[in-house]
Ligand binder design. Structure first.
Ligand code: NDP
Length: 393
């Protein structure tokens, strides 16, 4: 999901003005979001957000069923309904929505520029990336979401979301990393038996997670095996899997009633590669307790940034943090007037050529540092000598 914000500058703040002249596709902030908490916070801060999202608004929560661990819903709530509630809440405070994909960005200078598949060009003074992550899938027959496959009918990529529905049933987990060990261990709470199918004869998972899984009497391992097909029908749900023994070169059928694909997640951050610092998987790096990235004015939150917790509630929390960071960032920026002057939050007016500053009490002071000659053409650069450092939050 992609969200753009037009900032409605409170007129009560000295020197600030409504940005009513900006075109529909220009904004002071852009959020790129699966979760809607940044939008809700931004909207309530009178930033009039424009959400730009793909055809799956709400991301992974829209492909899950019952969400039982999101605070405030004592009886649980369906994932799509929770996302719908978020959207309605965001709309209540003036959020606009645009369905499209962002396919290119230029973060070299503010305003940042984003281009979409539909040909929009979005200008933004700040950007929040909350594009989420997608579970990796094997791409085998039977895996696709129903009705094409058995996805949602016994096939899942989220044990925390769906494990509860497999009480007393035998389950297969595919993968050999920490996610697979964590999912397998978690699923033993419900399943009668959990069989981990791994394509090699050793695990990639950390030793502590391996030991935990090996010690669990409800977990078995099938080594050197590829899952080639998920068996079953819409009527029966999952009834088994077709496995390929890599060493023996033979196929066999293995009975089970649930399949959890746990071969990792991929953050949806490709479009920001080369701009934002990321780890080797693609999770965006943020600084300290803030959601700030390596580019001042760009923030990241949720599963695009979090490789550890990856829960709806943690994504909502970091989304809130990013929105607050972005609002403070905007507040630290001078606002340009139609005559080219910049007005700071304190009401100081920086001349169009950035050579002088008129203080709120009317005093005019020089804006040229003692040791620096004025620019030859007399024109100041945006964010020039007077403008506050953009990292100030
Ligand atoms: P990993 O990339 O670590 O592991 C993915 C696993 O899936 C590997 O065993 C890999 O096999 C297997 N795999 C990948 N593609 C396929 C495929 N097409 N067919 C069959 N098997 C496949 O991803 P994780 O999500 O497990 O972990 C990602 C990161 O998150 C890690 O740094 C991990 O430590 C961390 N994490 C930490 C947790 C915690 O501390 N509680 C919990 C979950 C994750 P192979 O080994 O052969 O490559």
């Amino acid at each position: 999901m992609w969200t753009g914000l037009k900032k409605c500058i409170p007129t009560t703040r000295a020197g600030r003005r409504e940005l009513s002249a900006i075109s529909e596709m220009e904004s002071e902030e852009v959020l790129v979001a699966k979760m809607k908490s940044p939008v809700i916070y931004a909207a309530r801060a009178e930033l009039r957000p424009l959400v730009i999202h793909g055809p799956q608004p709400g991301g992974q929560l829209t492909i899950t069923t019952e969400v039982e661990n999101y605070p405030g819903f004592a009886e649980g709530i369906q994932g799509p309904e929770l996302m719908q509630q978020f959207e309605e809440q965001a709309k209540r405070f003036g959020t606009e929505f645009l369905v499209t994909f962002v396919n290119k960005v230029d973060l070299s200078r503010r305003p940042f520029t984003l281009w979409t598949d539909e040909g929009h060009e979005v200008k933004a003074e700040t950007l929040i990336v909350a594009s989420g992550a997608s579970a990796k899938w094997l791409g085998v027959p039977g895996e696709a979401p129903a009705p094409e496959g058995l996805g949602g009918m016994g096939v899942s990529a989220c044990a925390t979301c769906d494990g509860f529905f497999f009480k007393g049933k035998p389950i297969v987990v595919v993968g050999g990393g920490d996610t697979a060990m964590e999912e397998a261990t978690f699923l033993t709470r419900y399943a009668s038996r959990v069989t981990v199918v791994h394509r090699r004869d050793s695990l990639r998972a950390s030793k502590i997670m391996q030991d935990k899984a090996f010690k669990n009497p409800k977990i078995d391992f099938v080594w050197n095996a590829e899952l080639r097909e998920i068996l079953g029908s819409p009527e029966t749900g999952v009834t088994g899997v077709r496995l390929y023994d890599i060493k023996a070169g033979e196929e066999s059928e293995f009975a089970c009633e649930g399949v959890f694909i746990a071969i990792g997640h991929k953050p949806n951050t490709d479009v920001f590669k080369g701009w934002l610092d990321m780890d080797e998987v693609g999770y965006i790096k943020t600084a300290g307790v803030s959601m700030a990235t390596n580019i001042p004015g760009v923030f990241a939150c949720g599963d695009a940034q979090d490789s550890v917790y990856r829960q709806a509630v943690t994504a909502a929390g970091t989304g809130c943090m990013a929105a607050i960071d972005a609002e403070r960032f905007l507040d630290s920026l001078p606002i340009e007037t139609s005559t080219g002057e910049s007005v700071t939050i304190e009401g100081e007016v920086v001349s169009a050529d950035q050579q002088s500053v008129t203080m709120p009490d009317g005093e005019v002071v020089s804006n040229i540092p003692d040791d620096q000659p004025p620019p030859a053409d007399g024109a100041g650069q945006p964010g020039g000598v007077y403008a506050r450092p953009s990292t100030e939050l």
